[in-house]
Write a protein of this length. Structure first.
Length: 177
């Protein structure tokens, strides 16, 4: 799917805009990434998006590597660089200025109110991301059961996350998922 500069501009525009609305981190933009990459631009199928997200989570380094993988899929190495810079650049600049302003107004009443108000926004965006990933990845009843079981276990029981990976690996090796 290698294309001209128009595709690169489209990638840069979408991901730069997403970066500015990714409150709580890059994973909060996953629903919008899915909408753009799968529904609007048709760069990826549902399954490809789920697999790309899973690969991004498995690799060492930042979780935001999904952006790089989408760019690579669309326009090769140049697309990967464009999407990565577009997703990270604007937020780095914004974080610099917001951080400076935040330090200056640290004692103000409105500063605390804004900080507390962003917590539910971040949680909501993260929950939306989890929903998108689950709906693109749960293509069988066993996968859906594994997702629900993992979510319930993580919520109610204090157990190391590697146990969830171990169970998933056993189920995958046995051919159940």
């Amino acid at each position: 799917m290698k294309d001209s500069g128009g595709t690169l501009l489209t990638l840069a525009g979408y991901f730069a805009m997403m970066s500015l609305f990714a409150i709580g981190g890059g994973n909060s933009a996953v629903p919008e990434m899915h909408r753009v990459a799968v529904d609007v631009q048709h760069w990826l199928s549902e399954r490809q998006f789920g697999d790309t997200f899973a690969l991004a989570q498995l690799t060492p380094g930042p979780n935001l590597i999904i952006v790089t993988l989408i760019g690579y899929h669309v326009a090769g190495i140049v697309g990967a660089l464009v999407t990565t810079v577009a997703m990270c650049g604007p937020t780095c600049v914004l974080a610099f200025f917001v951080g400076r302003a935040s330090e200056r107004f640290k004692g103000a009443v409105w500063h605390g109110a804004v900080s507390r108000g962003l917590i539910p926004v971040t949680l909501g965006l993260t929950a939306a991301s989890a929903t998108v990933v689950a709906t693109t990845s749960d293509y069988s009843w066993v996968a859906l059961g594994l997702t629900l079981g993992t979510a319930l276990t993580a919520y109610f029981v204090r157990v190391h996350p590697l146990w969830a990976f171990a169970v998933a690996a056993v189920l995958g090796a046995s051919g159940l998922i």
